[in-house]
Design a protein around this ligand. Structure first.
Ligand code: SAH
Length: 222
């Protein structure tokens, strides 16, 4: 790993830890797990951004990836991943593959990752990028993520990386009892609330609002 990348990663990790501390009053999470920090060190974010943004790859900021879409802000990626409480056995569904960065991070921490992207060009790009990088446990499909991935369900965790008007019921149905869902949901004002849902034994979803966030919209209908 070259010196520039190493320095960039360390600065980013310091920033992430500070952001966790500063938002703990709202999120209830004072720090990310050490395993998550180590996973962030291993995923080369500079390979998921456009050539033009290479110098910004380790900044704690969302960046454009074309097609009107973005690679999310590292703090939000880290927070959402932390909320999923993954183990090496977890089966995870992601809606909104985008660049594939979040999928790679999930691939570092979980057993199997299924990720759906509605823009076919982005799906193809992320898929070949992840393949090249050796993420054999990450499966990418082009399509409407609102329908989930029924053949691979049930999942231990579902993460939606685009904002929905409400929680899509199909995605809840594909969660096992005890499973976790993390999704930005429109507040009615500008922006969204990041919502954590835990599915109960009765099939219902217990939710809590974690933090205000800003995401691109989840497109399409069920
Ligand atoms: N997780 C991504 C960032 C995602 S940006 C990363 O790490 O880079 C949100 C993505 O969701 C965009 O790529 C957008 O095209 C996709 N998206 C929006 N609506 C969708 C839908 N209904 N199904 C699947 N993907 C969708």
């Amino acid at each position: 790993m070259n010196a520039k990348r190493r320095k960039g990663i360390q600065a980013l990790i310091d920033t992430l830890k500070r952001d966790f501390r500063e938002t703990a009053g709202s999120t209830g999470i004072p720090a990310p797990d050490e395993a998550l920090i180590e996973a962030i060190r291993r995923v080369p974010r500079d390979r998921f951004v456009t050539e033009r943004d290479l110098d910004l790859a380790w900044e704690n900021t969302a960046l454009s990836i074309g097609y009107g879409q973005t690679i999310s802000q590292p703090f939000v990626v880290t927070l959402m991943t932390q909320l999923l409480a993954l183990t090496p056995e977890s089966r995870v569904l992601e809606i909104g593959t985008g660049s594939g960065y979040q999928a790679a991070l999930l691939g570092e921490l979980a057993g199997e990752v299924y990720s759906i992207e509605v823009v076919p060009e982005l799906a193809a790009q992320a898929e070949s990028r992840l393949r090249e990088m050796g993420y054999e446990n990450v499966h990418v499909r082009a399509g409407n993520g609102r329908l989930g991935w029924p053949e691979a369900a049930p999942f231990d965790a579902v993460i939606v990386t685009a904002a929905a008007e409400e929680i899509p019921p199909t995605l809840v149905e594909q969660l096992r009892p005890g499973g976790r869902l993390v999704i930005p949901v429109d507040t009615g004002w500008y922006g969204q609330d990041l919502v954590l849902g835990v599915r109960g034994e009765d099939g219902g979803l217990e939710t809590r609002n974690v933090l205000g966030v800003v995401f691109v919209p989840l497109v399409g209908r069920e």
